[in-house]
Design a protein around this ligand. Sequence first.
Ligand code: ZN
Ligand code: ZN
Length: 442
Amino acid sequence: MKIIIHRGIDQIGGCITEIATDNAKILIDLGQNLPDGEGIVNDDFANFDAIEQITKGIDVIFYTHYHGDHLGLFHLVPDSISQNIGKVAKRVALCKHQRLAFIKDRKEQSEKEIAKIEAMQSFESQQILKVGDIKIIPYFVSHSAYDSFMFLIEANGKRILHTGDFRGHGYLSKGLLPTIEKLILKQGKIDFLITEGTMLSRLDERVRHENELKSEVIELMKEYKNVFVMCSSTDMERLATFHAANKEMKARPFVCDDFQKNVLEIFSDSAGKKSALFDFGEPYAFWKENDKLIQWMQDKGFCMLVRATDKFNDYIEFLLPLLEKDKTILIYSMWKEYVNPKSKHANKKYLDFIDNFPKLSKIHTSGHASADCLADVCNLVNPKKGIIPIHSENSADYKKLPIKEKLKDKIITETKTIDDMIIEIKRTTNRQQRTELKNKQY
Ligand SMILES: [Zn+2]
Ligand SMILES: [Zn+2]
């Protein structure tokens, strides 16, 4: 049996993991490298030849979630290979690509992508999936993408836990440790833990619970009548934070564009059926001729979800002169470095966009596990053979976590064979290129 980390060691995003026995081969994620601050993607795998090579002999690809750094290269996969993603994640990915089809000169490309997503198989949490002699069980995790999963993989008497991206401080995180303890470890010990480590390079970043954010947003909404919000359009838990806060304000419309409305409808129709927090009701779609809505917004105030796009620049230009300046604010709810002009991660589009608003407030918490949460998971799983840290700028930093000493010796960042298991760690770029890549990455 073999674990191959094609990509993901010493870099955040672009994750590709292979697990192979003598008669079956699967990939976990086929992610694209993250774009730089100007939106340019530098990725050696983002072409048909490279993907044909890497997917040769692969039976099925399983995606942990719909973020581009895990799903991004799906459209290059030959039709003969089955691709699998969470049931709701598939709907969100489809919705996003249907939207992209409206971008000038992108129609043909988008149509191909939509056909690929439509052809994907989908799964639900705890569904038992089989590929030859490999058994895969997805377990739901909280992340800044809804319908994210970690995978338990069993084959040849070995058990591997691949966490994907996850966190312990979301509304939907409560089940994280109990799931590992009661569902995964009860059936037997884990041999190898493949885990994310995004926050390893941001150990000083305070991680707050989504609930804390909600209280802070409510305070701001009491002070400011006209609230614009810039956050990820597919981060359901964050969207719920703003929706719930706005609900407390009574009679203020929750406003967005038609794309965001479609995404919210998917969330209401899935998670919203299980918890009222994720039932977004009837959000109001903005357009400049929607006089009735604009009048209401001017009278009562509002919460409006915005993005740094040409369309929203146009909306903002139209709306701002109609509003009282001292009662208007933009809440920026994404990673702070994107809008730090001095940062290597600075995003010019974002910076220009936030410049439009008379007042700015930053309220955010990470979509990734804190150092303590990573350590808790690692100590609880207590893998017998090895820990393979992926999705972090420097995988060896995993040793800095408060994990048991004997586990520190099990961290694997170079190719090695343990008993009859081959762990192959590929580094697609040399050290200098990696440093350059690191400087470009979010
Ligand atoms: Zn990721
Ligand atoms: Zn992610």
